[in-house]
Design a protein around this ligand. Structure first.
Ligand code: C2E
Ligand code: CA
Ligand code: CA
Length: 715
């Protein structure tokens, strides 16, 4: 750009300078010419005036000669006196006198202050006597003439005249004035003419320069139209051809840069340009526009199953159907052929369809058309696509963000539309959703939670809490359940319900499970090292963990590593997991049971378990869900349900642990029913593993004060 600028500036200087220089040269020539003409003219006119003066003097001299000669021959010069006086009195005669060849003054007229017969010394007279020819001398607007009076061969005398014309000076001045005036007029006309000629000569160059400058400023439509038939016109034609080629190249570059190769619709860069400018343009106006974000549902599966060729054809078909839907809603689509600076005039139903990449498309449409268009598109996309002999059913999910309601910047608008699309996908796909701020906030919170969880798994930021389990009759601690806690940065300690479901959806459960199982085994080994009566540590394990190849090996490895008795480890699985008919799960459970690891069915009474299968599994423990205990002491129906469940548990012949005992009444009820063990806030809340270890140690030394301990623990 800098290069172009300097070129156009140089051109400007050249053209403007050229006109000026041409004018200066022409003006100088005209001034010299006018001066020369005036000088010559004045010389000529002055010469004519002097010639006229000389002519008049000569005429007077010859008249005087004619008159004088007879008188001189008669030797009667005195009679000439009258004639000389008369001639001498004329205003143009300064003096007139006649001398004889011996230079004696014979007669005079005019202003002569010499006496008759006085000797006259005059150089002119001397010359005449020598040459016998008339002599002229010019002096200050006068002519001095001397002429001989010759009869035959002899000189009778010399006539001497000083002749001047009084108006010669004013005549000379008039000549000067006239010439100056004529010169001025001529000069003015000449200058105007030179200006015109200079302008004419430099005009094509100025036009060339200006056009080149426009082209340099980016106007590719700049064209030179010179009608002349010279080099300038040729240059203009060459320039126009060059611009034409340049325009074609620019257009091709523009198309390659802004058109999506697969679908032929504008690409992300072009869309970004549009959005950037629209967002600026519409800040001043009341009306807004909608940005729609579309995604082909299950597109990845098409690529994976049918290959990228079919995927590309599907994208093409999808974009074509989109364009048709838009036209059917009365919208005019902008293409990359449109002028680069042309902004979608959404107020007049101009719209944009662009492919962002992958299976993502974006539309810019008038806000009031968005809803109907989205409904139309969703309905149209429900029809299968016939691509390369395949019938493909790929619906679409659409997110809509409104400018300026939802966002005012390009990035933010696209983000909002993307989030809305995600919301549409979450609500079952094949539909459209407007951006919703509260859902977005939840999404943001969730993704922050996901990030933190990933880090927590990497760094093992999880803690193990242990909740004691007691014998219903003895009220002695017999075991503990390992419960996970997470110290989330800046959020404090979190209970599992707040993060385990998210971890499950992220597929992190196996990793978290590994960490917890290891902690549980380590605690079981440590706590039982000094005990005579073993105490089992129960750990919760999900189906995902059990379905991981190598789970059993891992447990065995840690049991070995910490030298823990397999009987001190109990694995709690839910009824649901227990019912899972997976070969891998069954094999790993069998492997672990074989070495003595205990298994418990958690939350018993919640599902619809197949009692027969439960009986064949013959797990060591059944844990009655807390929800079945809560009604005890308040609601006879709940009590009878609990009794039924307990009967069922007994039929399975497993140890029964009732969960969630919070009151003495509930405990008393359990005692009356003959339930084996219990767990609950009434006797012990979950506590950090270290605290539990200390508490169990003190418990075995001081087992005579169970009530105090219970109060301490429950607080
Ligand atoms: P769960 O296995 O049924 O664990 C018992 C839950 O009941 C624990 O909640 C415990 O604190 C709570 N609880 C015990 N006694 C009482 C009581 O008297 N009253 C009340 N209201 N609640 C009582 P927690 O620790 O929040 O755990 C919730 C669930 O999270 C557990 O239910 C379990 O399914 C899961 N979980 C906990 N730790 C782990 C773990 O390490 N791995 C896996 N996979 N899941 C775990
Ligand atoms: Ca449990
Ligand atoms: Ca439970």
């Amino acid at each position: 750009m800098g290069g172009k600028d300097s070129i156009s500036k140089r051109f400007q200087a050249l053209t403007f300078g050229l006109a000026r220089r041409l004018m200066l040269v022409f003006s100088a020539l005209i001034i010299v010419f006018v001066a020369a003409v005036i000088t010559i003219n004045m010389q000529t006119q002055r010469g004519q005036l002097l010639e006229h003066l000389e002519h008049s003097a000569d005429h007077l001299v010859s008249l005087s000669q004619e008159v004088s000669i007879p008188y001189i021959l008669e030797n009667n010069p005195a009679d000439l006196e009258v004639f000389f006086q008369e001639v001498g009195s004329r205003s143009d005669v300064e003096r007139l006198f006649l001398v004889d060849p011996q230079r004696w003054l014979l007669v005079s007229g005019g202003d002569v202050d010499m006496q008759f017969l006085s000797l006259v010394t005059d150089p002119l007279i001397e010359q005449v006597l020598e040459t016998r020819a008339p002599q002229h001398v010019y002096a200050d607007r006068a002519v001095h003439v001397a002429a001989p009076l010759i009869v035959g061969n002899s000189v009778l005398g010399v006539l001497r005249l000083d002749y001047s014309q009084k108006d010669l000076a004013s005549k000379m001045n008039a000549v000067l004035l006239n010439n100056l005036m004529a010169g001025c007029v001529f000069l003015l006309v000449g200058l105007a003419f030179s200006r015109m000629v200079a302008g004419r000569l430099s005009r094509p160059l100025i036009e060339l320069t200006q056009t080149v400058r426009c082209a340099a400023d980016g106007d590719l439509d700049a064209e030179i139209s010179l009608k002349s038939n010279d080099e300038f016109a040729q240059l203009g034609t060459t320039f126009n051809t060059m611009m034409h080629n340049l325009k074609n190249s620019m257009y091709e570059i523009h198309r390659v840069a802004y058109e999506d190769k697969v679908t032929g619709v504008p690409n992300r860069s072009w869309l970004n340009n549009q959005l950037e400018h629209l967002a600026l343009h519409y800040t001043q106006s009341d009306t807004g526009f909608a940005v729609m974000f579309l995604d082909l549902d299950k597109f990845k599966a098409v690529n994976d199953t049918h290959g990228h060729h079919v995927g590309d054809l599907l994208l093409r078909g999808f974009s074509r159907r989109l364009a048709r839907c838009m036209r059917e809603q009365g919208l005019t689509l902008l293409s990359v052929d449109s002028d680069e600076r042309h902004l979608a005039d959404v107020e007049n139903n101009e719209a944009v369809l662009a492919r962002l990449g992958g299976d993502e498309f974006t539309l810019i449409v008038p806000s009031d058309k968005a809803d109907a268009l989205a409904t139309h598109i969703v309905a149209e996309m429900a029809r299968p696509f016939k691509v390369d002999g395949c019938q493909l059913s790929n619906t679409t999910s659409i997110g809509i963000a409104l400018f300026p309601t939802h966002a005012t910047s390009r990035e933010h608008l696209l983000k909002c539309a993307d989030v809305a699309m995600y919301q549409a996908k979450r609500s079952g796909r094949n539909t459209h959703r407007y951006y919703d701020h509260s859902t977005h906030t939840r999404l943001i919170e969730r993704s922050a939670l996901e990030r933190d969880l990933e880090l927590a798994v990497e760094q093992d930021s999880f803690e193990m809490f242990l909740q004691p389990q007691f014998g219903v009759q003895s009220d002695e601690v017999v075991g503990a359940e390992a419960l996970i806690r997470w110290e989330r940065p800046s959020k404090g300690r979190l209970a599992p319900d707040t993060f385990l479901p998210v971890a499950a959806s992220m597929g992190l459960l196996p990793k978290i499970g590994q960490l917890m199982v290891r902690k549980a085994i380590e605690a079981a080994a440590r706590i039982n090292r000094t005990r005579t009566e073993t105490l089992a540590i129960a750990v919760n394990v999900t189906i995902e963990e059990l379905n991981e190849e190598g789970f059993a090996d891992m447990v065995k490895h840690w049991l070995d590593l910490y030298e823990a008795n397999p009987r001190t480890l109990e694995i709690e699985i839910t009824e649901h997991t227990a019912m899972e008919e997976s070969v891998l799960v069954e094999r790993q459970v069998a492997e672990l049971r074989e070495i003595g690891v205990r298994f418990a069915i958690d939350d018993f009474g919640m599902g619809y378990s197949n009692l027969g299968r439960l009986k064949t599994l013959a797990f060591e423990t059944l844990k009655i869900d807390r929800s079945l205990v809560t009604g005890v002491g308040e609601d006879p129906a709940s009590e009878s349900l609990l009794l039924t469940i307990l009967d069922m548990a007994k039929a399975i012949e497993a140890d029964v642990v009732a969960e969630g005992i919070e009151t003495a009444e509930q405990l008393a009820f359990l005692r009356a029913t003959g339930c084996d063990y219990y767990q609950g806030y009434y006797s012990g809340k979950p506590m950090p593993a270290a605290m539990f270890t200390r508490w169990v140690a003190s418990q075995s030394k001081d087992s005579t004060q169970p009530d105090n301990t219970r109060q301490q623990l429950a607080s």
